[in-house]
Ligand binder design. Sequence first.
Ligand SMILES: NC(=O)c1ccc[n+]([C@@H]2O[C@H](COP(=O)([O-])OP(=O)(O)OC[C@H]3O[C@@H](n4cnc5c(N)ncnc54)[C@H](OP(=O)(O)O)[C@@H]3O)[C@@H](O)[C@H]2O)c1
Length: 233
Amino acid sequence: MRLRRLFPDHAIVAGERALDGLAPGALAPPERPAVLANMVVSVDGRAAVGGGSRALTVRADRVVFHGLRAQVDAVLAGTATLRAENYGRLVRDADRRAQREARGLAADPLAVVLTRSGDVPDVPLLNDPEQPAVVLTGDDAEPIAALRRLRAEHGVRALLCEGGPTLLRGLLGAGVVDELFVTVSPLLVGGRSPLALLAGAELDPAPALELIWVLEAEGALFLRYRIVREFPA
Ligand SMILES: NC(=O)c1ccc[n+]([C@@H]2O[C@H](COP(=O)([O-])OP(=O)(O)OC[C@H]3O[C@@H](n4cnc5c(N)ncnc54)[C@H](OP(=O)(O)O)[C@@H]3O)[C@@H](O)[C@H]2O)c1
């Protein structure tokens, strides 16, 4: 699988090299992990089709999806996403686990669940003895407290949030997201109950985004943004 880099320069990038040099742990401030978020949307901005995101993904999206999982210490998904997508072990492929170890990471990333209600989904991810997991509840699930704990107690330097839109809105509102990866899939979805990239209250102030790169494959665009904390006037 090859991707075309359209910005900041033009190049052909092999899929397995697309996320080389990311080193997200290096972005981490001292008190919390660096937080990357990864989402896929249709051209009309929908984040789900028929209650899930699977129908939105193209083959090349799996390259970014697995590539990001391969580079982080921990993966976080909202409770509704865990249920909707029936999450299982995060890195099932033995070669991918070996690649993680070769990078100096644990073979399996830590699965993180934040739940204020304590209603933990009964999904394969949380019943697999091979999958390390931590569930933070109540006040410990608030983003800043949770991230501090993940860094201090679990040594997490890089965390990947895979959504959904409600949890991502919560993390952005707390000002703790460092980078956003968005795949724009070449699809139109329509429908009457749109789930967009973010759900919940409007972000105020709205964070500005700095474009880092744009890749293209199979008509899908892969956008990587840095969240700029100095908000424009
Ligand atoms: N297109 C994509 O890339 C993508 C990615 C992921 C998911 N999805 C889709 O999105 C849908 C699910 O997303 P969703 O927005 O309904 O739910 P969600 O974001 O997956 O989960 C929301 C839940 O997360 C928990 N949570 C813990 N801390 C939070 C905080 N600080 N802020 C907000 N929530 C917090 C809450 O659970 P408690 O009530 O237990 O406290 C909340 O109800 C599914 O259809 C899924 O397929 C799409």
